[in-house]
Design a binder for this molecule. Sequence first.
Ligand SMILES: Cc1cc2nc3c(=O)[nH]c(=O)nc-3n(C[C@H](O)[C@H](O)[C@H](O)COP(=O)(O)OP(=O)(O)OC[C@H]3O[C@@H](n4cnc5c(N)ncnc54)[C@H](O)[C@@H]3O)c2cc1C
Length: 431
Amino acid sequence: MQNGYDKRYDVIVVGTGPGGGTVARELTKAGKRVLMLERGPHPEIKGSFWQYLRYCALPPHSMLITNGGIGIVRGLLTGGSSVFYYGSCFKVPVDMLKRYGVDVTAEMEETRKDLPIGPLKQEMMTPMADRIMASAQELGYHWNKLDKFMYQDRWRPGMKFGYYGDPHRVKWSSRMYVEEAVEKGAVLVNDAKVEKVIIEDNRATGVEFVKKGRRQRAVASRVIVSAGGIGSPVILRNSGIQGVGMDFFYDPLVTACGTVADLKAGDEIPMSAGVHLQDEGVVMTDMSIPPPLDALFSLSALRVHKVFSQNRMLRIMIKIKDGLGGRITDGEQVRKGLTRSDKQKLRNGYERAKKILENAGAKGVFRTWVLAAHPGGSVKLGSILDSNLKTNRVDALYVCDCSVIPEAWGLPPTFTLICLGKRLAKHLMRE
Ligand SMILES: Cc1cc2nc3c(=O)[nH]c(=O)nc-3n(C[C@H](O)[C@H](O)[C@H](O)COP(=O)(O)OP(=O)(O)OC[C@H]3O[C@@H](n4cnc5c(N)ncnc54)[C@H](O)[C@@H]3O)c2cc1C
């Protein structure tokens, strides 16, 4: 055997974020021979700013700037964006998925047993988050602690949150599922950028990928594309599947921030509490960020003097449910602007957040650059995929990641993707 990928596998999984990592782990546990092809490398997670910059925020690949000037960050390494995510566990859109024939209620239960999901214990709540929550509640918001994917028993006071990846393994990431899969016999090949799926007689038989500049092939009975909301449609389009990479969402966000004189930030945990205003399509949460990121945020808003007020900054993230639209180009460029309604939602959210911050004693409140971190809906269930996440037009080809979400939604998707990965694995085991 050479390099691990020149034999025939039961399943090839392309990409190792929460969608791909989960399905690979479940299938390996069930005895399937699984090959994971991951575009990025497998560095030891050090939790350093440089590692974060390199794998999650570097233009033109991990940080994508849309034609509307919005920055989209994504993790390109083993574990995908979940290495750098904020570990918040938002509810699954059960009713929406059921409308497309997908019921994940059993998988939600399984995930809750499998993973450490729950609100932070009080010792982990920090003064900034508590101050914002108290202010929001005083103004009448149902602002409560959020569930987190965190092994809280591993946490010790003074430990830094894993913004840049978590070497302490307190924050769950899909890298843990990938490692488990590898321990149980799955093969992981890094720095392998899949270009297209090989389709013969209307059936997927493998993939073509580039590693170290060489084009190579891997073969399997089933192919699961889990390259994320931007990567997956491009691979499918290269493989001859049309109608993908259009009319998607990316959940734009801004932050509102202001300084307080009587508090000093410690080792904050972001998104520890918040509120979902479902009718308005707005989520607001506390959102502390570490000094280098804070400085970048302040500079993006042309607030040079705020660069030096980082440890007194109260910050709220405002994330909206944007309308479907736009196009992902063959070169993974994102063409999508904000509609008038999207802009109005961001403005309304910002005005609300500003009042909460001012009520909490913050001065000089301003808003930062528009970012996005959950591109999805680019290979939709119902139109491109059937209820088993199989492509309608090609056999043995599945998609399992944020791109399958069929409608605008506006919430962080990791819990949902884990459930979809578990459900797909069960389906493949039955087949
Ligand atoms: C800063 C930040 C904070 C976030 N916080 C939260 C949060 O608190 N809660 C939450 O639920 N969500 C959060 N998210 C979003 C969440 O991380 C993503 O929505 C989720 O990781 C998407 O999973 P996925 O499987 O769709 O794709 P991804 O995680 O994007 O994984 C895709 C994988 O495919 C690989 N890949 C791409 N193209 C190819 C190719 N051609 N060949 C081979 N491999 C390829 C990538 O390298 C990557 O590993 C956050 C995201 C960011 C960036």
